[in-house]
Design a protein around this ligand. Structure first.
Ligand code: SAM
Length: 281
């Protein structure tokens, strides 16, 4: 396990994933009853954009930094950017970038609960210090997929499971996700699941989409953003999020969000986005 998210914090994939996460958490807050949030691959929770790792790659320049000047953008983008700014109050330049558990926690209410899993001991220890004192959250140093099997359904009986693996296992990671989701569909068929995936070669993603379309879940929506054509295995050409049981009318929010992200994040004339139901009852 060599992956360290600190090298990639705030890049275009984080912007895509985290602005969708903001939309999902906000949608869950539409009902007054509590919800649960599970982050199976939580990372360290908080990243230093002025730290040596982030500086070495400079990836946030083509990510969160591109959004800071956005004036006319969908509400989701403003909520997300304001949240990042609020963590950097008093700094002219962005210094801190929030990971998925911190973003969710800043939007969640006192009644909502979070379960965070991170397998890397150092990352998990950093995550524990971010959440020390937050009684809503429990942090586990354990395999996120095994935790899904042990802890689903969440006690609140409604909520979101974010699955955001490093894909070090390449195509095999898709098969591991499919296995975890097949188990989860028996334990908690009505949960919302958001699964982030990289897009390099289109052929690598297609079997996962076919699996989702045939899965036991009733509703599967996908959102994708491509900054380069999906025909090279050598770089991250784009990324996607598969949304199982998305909140009501979430496809419409994505149809507003993705063109805006494409415009803000494009690195060349090329850019594509897609919002498509793989399964809808
Ligand atoms: N979700 C985080 C965010 O958006 O801020 C980033 C997560 S990063 C892409 C993936 C994380 O998963 C890494 O910190 C890695 O150490 C951790 N990891 C790898 N395999 C894992 C597993 N089987 N279970 C839990 N965590 C794992």
């Amino acid at each position: 396990m060599n992956y360290r998210h600190a090298f990639h914090a705030g890049n275009f994939a984080d912007v895509f994933k985290h602005s969708i996460l903001v939309g999902l958490v906000e949608a869950l807050k539409a009902k007054q009853t509590p919800f649960g949030f599970m982050d199976t691959h939580a990372g360290r929770g908080r990243y230093q954009l002025d730290g040596s790792e982030a500086k070495r790659t400079g990836e946030s320049a083509n990510g969160i930094h591109r959004l800071l000047g956005a004036t006319r953008a969908p509400t989701l983008v403003h909520v997300y950017v304001n949240l990042v700014r609020s963590l950097n109050a008093g700094h002219e330049e962005l210094s801190v970038y929030p990971g998925s558990p911190l973003i969710a926690s800043l939007l969640m209410r006192e009644i909502d609960r979070g379960t965070l899993c991170e397998l890397q001991p150092e990352e998990c220890s950093a995550l524990k210090s971010v959440f020390r004192g937050d009684a809503r959250f429990s942090v586990h140093e354990r395999d996120g997929y095994a935790a899904m099997n042990a802890l689903l359904p969440l006690k609140e009986r409604r909520g979101l499971v974010l699955i955001d693996p490093p894909f070090e296992a390449q195509d095999d990671e898709f098969r591991i996700i499919e296995k975890a989701l097949a188990d989860a569909s028996k334990r908690w068929p009505g949960g919302i699941y958001a699964i982030w995936y990289p897009i390099k070669l289109r052929q690598q993603v297609q079997p996962f989409h076919r699996w989702l379309a045939r899965s036991a879940f009733d509703k599967v929506l996908i959102a994708e953003l491509l900054l380069h054509p999906d025909n090279s295995a050598l770089r991250l050409n784009g990324c996607g999020m598969a949304l199982i049981n998305p909140p009501w009318k979430f496809d419409r929010q994505l149809e507003e969000l993705l063109p805006a992200l494409q415009e803000l994040l494009s690195q060349s004339r090329f850019g594509q986005h897609r919002v498509e139901w793989l399964k809808q009852d």
